[in-house]
Design a protein around this ligand. Structure first.
Ligand code: IMP
Length: 178
């Protein structure tokens, strides 16, 4: 893909590997939620590509909803104090919720969302994240379904951005500034 001036991209997780892993996750989720009323909740914007592929890899009559949150404080660092800027459209009463996230970094954002959703009447709440930057974790969050563990590097693509760029890359790439 053409890049912005002074930036180079290097593939960290290829679209081929992502596709294979998403299919595996979809099969596991299909088996685990068979007979249950499942709703996937995508956290905007980063999860939009992942949730689109994951939803189609799950062979169940599921529902999809979205939440958008913003973190207070410095934009480059998660503060853990989260504001809901777009709430869910539907009630979670009686539903089994699977939160679909692009990446868990410090865990602060997801820790808040997880606690918040558990208080909203769902039968169960679990987490599925495509990427996990394990070495950056500040609070423990349970990632029930995980795509890939990655090193502590800033990545873009497959929904992830740097200043809104590169969400449309099919691979997950590291950004190298020159
Ligand atoms: P946490 O609260 O530190 O876990 O932050 C999670 C959020 O930070 C993710 O949902 C992303 O929006 C963003 N983020 C963390 N690491 C990266 C990265 O490497 N690339 C792009 N966004 C990231």
């Amino acid at each position: 893909m053409r890049t912005a001036a002074g930036e180079r991209l290097e593939v960290l997780v290829s679209s081929h590997d992502i596709k294979t892993r998403v299919e595996q996750l979809g099969k596991r989720i299909t088996a685990d939620y068979d007979g249950k009323d499942l709703v996937l909740i995508g956290i905007l914007k980063g999860s939009f590509v992942f949730i689109a592929d994951l939803a189609r890899a799950i062979d169940l009559p599921l529902a999809v909803d979205f939440m958008a949150v913003s973190s207070y404080g410095m934009s480059t660092q998660s503060s853990g104090v989260v504001r809901i800027v777009k709430d869910l459209d539907h009630s979670l009463d009686g539903k089994h919720v699977l939160v679909v996230e692009d990446i868990v970094d410090t865990g602060l954002t997801l820790n808040y969302i997880y606690g918040h959703l558990k208080s909203r009447g769902a039968m169960s709440v679990k987490i599925c994240s495509l990427l996990d930057k394990v070495s950056r974790r500040q609070v423990a969050v349970p990632i029930h379904y995980k795509g890939f563990e990655i090193p502590d590097e800033f990545v873009v693509g497959y929904g992830l951005d740097v200043e809104e760029r590169y969400r449309n890359l099919p691979d997950v790439c590291r950004v190298i500034k020159s």
